[in-house]
Design a protein around this ligand. Structure first.
Ligand SMILES: C[S@@+](CC[C@H](N)C(=O)[O-])C[C@H]1O[C@@H](n2cnc3c(N)ncnc32)[C@H](O)[C@@H]1O
Length: 351
């Protein structure tokens, strides 16, 4: 039975005058719990494909009729999304997409639909839902149940495409920044190792037309990538632990790959690249570099995703990346934090 506050008695998280009590110690907890309702609303909106039906302001009943949903439930979801700035109401009971909401259209350039659906997938829910077990046992409950995510998605073509589209959407602000901020003038050949659909390569090559690019990926991802990449991009398939990497390129690029692996495996990947690169070559690594001090950082969310979904996957600090490079006979020569929160690190062979 729910106990309502007596008249004059403050409700949860409210001061006596009904205003949110900013010093209420439970607020931080309720904010986190509320995140579940907000994400569930977003996931339901994505699941219904609702954004594709919103070509102008619509009432919840009109939108529900278009996407085959219950009007009352959808009205409540829209009300939450309005509070999140994903839709906006016109004051007359109709809702329209905001610029954030527009990114949930399936045909939006770099649509965020796959990012929402992958995070709402049974796989990710399992990983997040069993984080307590993961922390207790020191081993990803997801990996224990389903195996390595890359093997899991390889056997499920639809999920694999969703994952690759998620990576592509996730990379948008980062690839723009890499293409705009790094000087590729001395680089004629670039190999993107574990480059997903080759979205970084495509952005860097568009900004640097002199560049010749090669994508190195697992076969099932490469097959997906070929449909999107310009024909001028070479695609080489293989496993970066076992198969030969394209040798002799001026530069190698490794984005959001090391964070999936333990220190030992990360060093193995770096060593494979070190062996393939010429003595005057360079390696560009794009990852979240975690701050040393306690402060919010987008990489900390990523770190929990790595903890949940990978065995020994982790975001690292600058110093930790420096140590990985050193162990692979590479030295960190520059590091630049990009506006989207990732850090572009350049490493060169030692000796
Ligand atoms: C987190 S995704 C990053 C994709 C892309 N670099 C980006 O930043 O958007 C990691 C990529 O590594 C690839 N990968 C995983 N294991 C691999 C292996 N053993 N050999 C080659 N690629 C692998 C995956 O297919 C995936 O595309």
């Amino acid at each position: 039975m729910t106990t309502l506050p007596k008249p004059g008695e403050p409700a949860n998280g409210e001061s006596a005058n009904g205003e949110p009590a900013t010093d209420e110690p439970t607020n931080a907890i309720w904010t986190a719990i509320g995140g579940l309702s907000r994400f569930a609303s977003l996931a339901a909106f994505a699941d219904l494909g609702a954004a594709d039906h919103m070509d102008g302001p619509l009432t919840p009943a009109e939108l529900a009729a278009r996407c085959g949903a219950d009007a009352a439930g959808l009205a409540r979801v829209l009300r939450v999304l309005a509070g999140m700035g994903i839709v906006a109401s016109d004051g007359a009971g109709r809702y329209a997409l905001t610029p954030s909401g527009e990114t949930l259209r399936s045909d939006a350039p770099g649509s965020m639909l796959a990012a929402v659906k992958m995070n709402a997938s049974p796989e990710f829910r399992y990983g997040y839902g069993h984080l307590g077990d993961t922390v207790r046992e020191g081993r990803s409950a997801f990996v224990k149940e389903h195996g390595m995510i890359y093997d899991h998605v390889a056997a499920r073509p639809e999920l694999s495409r969703l994952f690759d589209d998620y990576m592509t959407a996730r990379a948008i602000p980062h690839r723009r920044a890499v293409a705009a901020l790094y000087d590729f003038s001395g680089v004629d050949t670039l190999v993107d190792v574990g480059g997903g659909k080759g979205h970084f390569l495509a952005a860097v090559m568009a900004a640097n037309p002199h560049l010749r690019g090669t994508l190195f990926e697992l076969p099932h991802v490469a097959e997906h990538a070929r449909k999107y990449l310009p024909a001028s991009v070479d695609v080489v398939t293989g496993d970066f632990f076992a198969d030969p990497l394209p040798a002799g390129a001026d530069a190698y690029f490794l984005a959001s790959v090391l964070h999936n692996w333990s220190d030992g495996d990360a060093v193995r990947i770096l060593r494979r690249i070190r062996e393939a690169m010429p003595q005057d070559g360079r390696l560009l690594v794009l990852e979240y570099a975690l701050p040393d001090e306690d402060r919010p950082h987008v990489g900390l969310d990523g770190d929990i995703r790595m903890l949940a979904m990978f065995d020994a996957g982790q975001e690292r600090t600058h110093a930790e990346y420096g140590a990985l490079f050193e162990a692979a006979d590479l030295k960190l020569t520059s590091a630049q934090e990009l506006p989207a929160g990732t850090t572009l690190m350049e490493a060169r062979p030692t000796g």
